[in-house]
Design a protein around this ligand. Structure first.
Ligand code: GRF
Length: 228
C-alpha cells in the first residue's frame, strides 16, 4: 500500500461537526439542480432515505440531456425536468423556466449540486437566501471553474469543499459548512477530486439540515408548514 493510500484513511476536518439533525418537523421540500453525474444528488437522496435528513426531493432540474443524474432520479422515483440551456435565448430566460418549475413544486430550498451554469438574480431573488451550492474548495479560495486544478497549481497542502448560500456574486455568500482534506504530493486532479467528493457526500445533507433549521428559527413558519 502506498503511503498516500494509507494516509487517505485519516479523518478529514469537518466544521460544524457532523451530528444528528432534528427530525421532529415537517420534511423540508427540496428542488435539486444538477448538470452531470449527480453523486451529490444521490448522497442527499440516500441521507433522506436513511433518515439522516428530514427532507423530500420534490423535483430534479437538469440541463444536459443524457446526464447520469436523471437516471439516478428515475431509480429513486423522483420527478425530473430537463431545461436544456441551449433552447433558451438568455440566462434570465432559462432561470425564469427553472423558477416556474421550482415554484410549481412548492420547494422550500433549492439545492445546486453540480449545476454548471451561472445563475442570475431571476432565480436568486425568487428563492432569496434559500439556495445552497457546494463548491470543491475551501472558499473564499479558488472560486469559479477548475477549483481543484487551481488548488493543485497553488500547491496548497489542504483542500476541501464548502456549502454556502447562493448570492449574485459567484461562489460567495454565507458559508454553512466546510470539510478539509489533505493534499498529497502525488495527487492528480482525479485523486484529489475523489477525496473531496467523499466529504461532499457527508457534509451536503448535513448542511441542508442545518440551513433549514437555522431559517426556521428566523422565520417560524416555513412555506410547507403554512400549508398544514
Ligand atoms: C462537485 O464536486 C461539486 O462540488 C461541484 O460539482 C461537482 C458535482 O459532482 N459543484 P456530482 O455531479 O454531484 O457528482
Amino acid at each position: 500500500m502506498s503511503s498516500s493510500l494509507a494516509l487517505s484513511d485519516s479523518p478529514s476536518l469537518i466544521s460544524p461537526r457532523l451530528g444528528q439533525v432534528a427530525l421532529d418537523r415537517l420534511p423540508v421540500k427540496l428542488g435539486v439542480m444538477s448538470s452531470g453525474s449527480g453523486s451529490n444528488f444521490e448522497a442527499i437522496a440516500q441521507a433522506i432515505s436513511d433518515q439522516r435528513l428530514n427532507a423530500q426531493i420534490e423535483v430534479l432540474v437538469y440541463n444536459n440531456p443524457g446526464a447520469a443524474v436523471n437516471d439516478r432520479a428515475t431509480r429513486w422515483g423522483i420527478p425530473s425536468m430537463l431545461v436544456d440551456h441551449r433552447a433558451f435565448g438568455s440566462r434570465e430566460e432559462l432561470d425564469r423556466a427553472i423558477v416556474q418549475i421550482l415554484q410549481t413544486a412548492e420547494v422550500d430550498w433549492v439545492i445546486m449540486a453540480g449545476w454548471m451554469r451561472i445563475v442570475t438574480p431571476v432565480l436568486i431573488h425568487a428563492f432569496d437566501q434559500r439556495i445552497l451550492n457546494i463548491h470543491p474548495s475551501l472558499l473564499p479560495s479558488f472560486k469559479g471553474n477548475r477549483a481543484i486544478e487551481q488548488a493543485l497549481e497553488a500547491k496548497v497542502k489542504i483542500a476541501g469543499c464548502t456549502v454556502h448560500i447562493v448570492v449574485p456574486e459567484v461562489d460567495s455568500g454565507e458559508i454553512i459548512m466546510q470539510a478539509a482534506v489533505p493534499v498529497f504530493p502525488d495527487d492528480t486532479v482525479e485523486t484529489l477530486q475523489n477525496r473531496i467528493h467523499i466529504q461532499e457526500h457527508l457534509v451536503y445533507p448535513q448542511a441542508i439540515g442545518l440551513a433549514a433549521q437555522h431559517s426556521r428559527k428566523q422565520v417560524p413558519q416555513t412555506a410547507s408548514e403554512m400549508t398544514v
